[in-house]
Design a protein around this ligand. Structure first.
Ligand code: GLU
Length: 330
């Protein structure tokens, strides 16, 4: 038997949680708790322009309302704190220095505009265009010249060629080539903000997270993160990437789906057990969409029953959830 996992919730407090977030968080919780694992709560608030304290509070409240809990977090403390990324900046700096000492990173002076201009390179998924490598091989003199021109650089990783293989609990073995997923990626933006890719690896490793369950919109990030794990000498966690929930038109859930925000459902009178039961049904964990508390789903959780394709929600899902018992009347 494998040891109990340490899973995590890693919300970015940049907006209110919607049904898709709740789906991923419920499944992350079930994947850990069904193996008697721990859960930690980490707020990914690195982006100072987009992160707001009110979203932080709301995320914790929404998840607790749904019936999810965590053993450590910004509200509870714990041995692996702090639990806000904005309070962990020294760790990212240290990791970047370790990579720099080994010549694995370089300063990049490209402006957004220059990169947009070069955006004809092929790209896959969400990674955006592949970095064309303008600053990859600058000489010390060329760097000095750009510094003198007052440009403050981003920091990029020299991304090696070749596929990075990993095992996903749902999809099995995957092999993706980070060069094809955007190439050399930033570890720090030019305004000094640490990038998600570095912070998430440093934190998951330092906080001893052994299980990562998240939406498969992040699957392109996983090979990049595994590269960082290897370069920093850390052991990667096990991964489960969930096919996303889509609206009835097949669009990803986003800010404009306000009626599908957990807070909106709560305010409209939905009960947490109706929301959790509905999500568990979408996740293949129960036969019918019936009210369930997350704790009642732990025992029967089976990752093998998760859908392998994205799930399209019906048009009036908010109405159904608010009508409660009506959710079972298909
Ligand atoms: N904070 C990230 C997000 O909200 C999730 C990061 C992760 O699960 O690795 O998209």
């Amino acid at each position: 038997m494998k040891p109990p996992p340490r899973g995590r919730f890693a919300p970015s407090p940049t907006g209110r949680l919607h049904l898709g977030n709740a789906y991923a968080f419920l499944l992350a919780w079930l994947a850990s708790r069904s193996r008697r694992g721990n859960m930690l709560m980490r707020l990914e608030d690195l982006d100072p322009d987009r992160s707001k304290p009110e979203f932080e509070r709301a995320a914790l409240d929404d998840l607790a309302w749904l019936g999810l809990d965590w053993d450590e977090g910004p509200d509870k403390g714990g041995p692996y704190g702090p639990y806000r990324q904005s309070e962990r900046l020294g760790l990212y700096q240290e990791a970047a220095e370790r990579l720099a000492e080994r010549g694995l990173v370089y300063p990049c002076y490209c402006t957004r505009k220059e990169l947009r201009g070069a955006a004809s390179a092929p790209h896959v998924g969400d990674a955006g265009p592949r970095y064309p490598g303008f600053c990859r091989d600058l000489t010390p003199d060329e760097r000095a010249e750009r510094e003198a021109g007052g440009r403050s650089p981003a920091l990029r990783l020299y991304c090696p060629d070749g596929e990075v293989a990993f095992v996903d609990m749902l999809r099995g073995r995957l092999a993706l080539d980070p060069q094809e997923l955007g190439g050399d990626f930033p570890l720090r933006r030019s305004d000094g903000v640490w990038a998600y890719q570095l912070a998430v690896v440093v934190d998951d490793a330092a906080q001893n997270v052994t299980q990562v369950v998240r939406g498969d919109d992040l699957i392109d990030s996983t090979p990049r993160q595994i590269l960082l794990y290897r370069m920093l000498g850390f052991q990667p966690p096990e991964y489960l990437h969930l096919p996303l929930l889509l609206d009835h038109e097949g669009e990803r859930l986003a800010k404009r789906h306000q009626s599908l925000e957990i807070a909106a459902l709560r305010e409209a009178g939905a009960r947490p057990e109706d929301v959790a039961g509905y999500l568990a049904w979408l996740a293949g964990q129960i036969e019918r969409p019936e009210p369930r508390r997350p704790a009642e789903l732990v025992e029967g959780f089976d990752a093998a029953r998760l859908p392998s394709e994205p799930t399209r929600l019906p048009p009036d899902v908010a109405g159904r959830l608010v009508r409660g018992a009506g959710i079972s009347a298909e």
